[in-house]
Design a protein around this ligand. Sequence first.
Ligand code: IPE
Ligand code: IPE
Ligand code: MG
Length: 243
Amino acid sequence: MNIERTNIPEHIAIIMDGNGRWAKAQGQNRFFGHRSGVKAVQKIVEESARLGIKNLTLFAFSTENWKRPQTEVNTLMNLLVKSLRKELNQMVQNDIRLNAVGNLSALPEAVQAELNETIEKTKNNSGMTLTLALNYGGKEELTQAFREIAIKVKNNIISPENVDETIINKHLYTRNLPDVDLLIRTSGEQRISNFLLWKIAYAELYFSKVLWPEFDESQLHLAIHNYQKRERRFGKTSEQLKA
Ligand code: IPE
Ligand code: IPE
Ligand code: MG
C-alpha cells in the first residue's frame, strides 16, 4: 500500500478491540488474547514511529473496563507493568516519549510506579509521543476539567466570561496533544466507547474488521491510505479548499 509521505496524520488514536474474540476463535482464554494484543501494540508503535507519526494514542483501559471480572482486570494491569518494563529500551532506541492520560491516581500502585518511571526515562525523546489512555473515560475527562474550572471561577482565578475552548482544553488530561486526525477502531465495532470525546471532534473515523491481535503494519498502512484519500473540509466547501 502506497502511503504519501507528505500527508501523514499528525495524531492517530486507536481503540484496540477484539482480543477476547480473537482468543476465543483460537480456542484460547482471554488472557492469551491480551498477551497477543500486546505483541500487536509493539508492532504498531514501532511502525508508527518509523512512518513519522508524531502522536499515537492507544486506548488500553477504559473507566468502564473495571466492570470486567476481577481476574481479567488483574491480568490487564500485570501485563501493562510487564510490557512497560520490557519496552523501555525499545522506546529509548526509537526516540519515543511515553505519556499517559486518564484518572491515573486510581490505578494500582505498581502500575503508577512503572508508568512514572518510564515517562521519566523517556521524557527527552522527541520522535513520537506514545500516549496510553488508562482508566480513561471521555466523560470523566470533561467532568474533572469542568470541576477544576468551576473551582477556579469560584476563587476568582478565572472569570466566567473567559471560559472558552482554550481554557477547557487546558484542563484536559489530553491538553498537550493536538486534535486527533485519524481514529481507528478494530474488531468491527462501530462506536467510540467514551474515548477522547473532545479531541476527536473532527477526526476521520476508520473502522477495521480485523481483531486487534491481527492488526499489523499492513493494516495500519491501509488505514492511513484510506485517510489520505479523504477530503477534510472542516466546514468549508470543496471548492474553497481547491482555490
Ligand atoms: C480489547 O479487547 C482490550 C481491552 C478492552 C482492554 P477486548 O478484551 O475488549 O476484546 P473483545 O471485545 O472481548 O473481543
Ligand atoms: C474499549 O473497548 C476500551 C478499550 C479498547 C480499552 P471495549 O471492548 O471495552 O468497548 P465496548 O464495551 O465493547 O464498547
Ligand atoms: Mg471489546
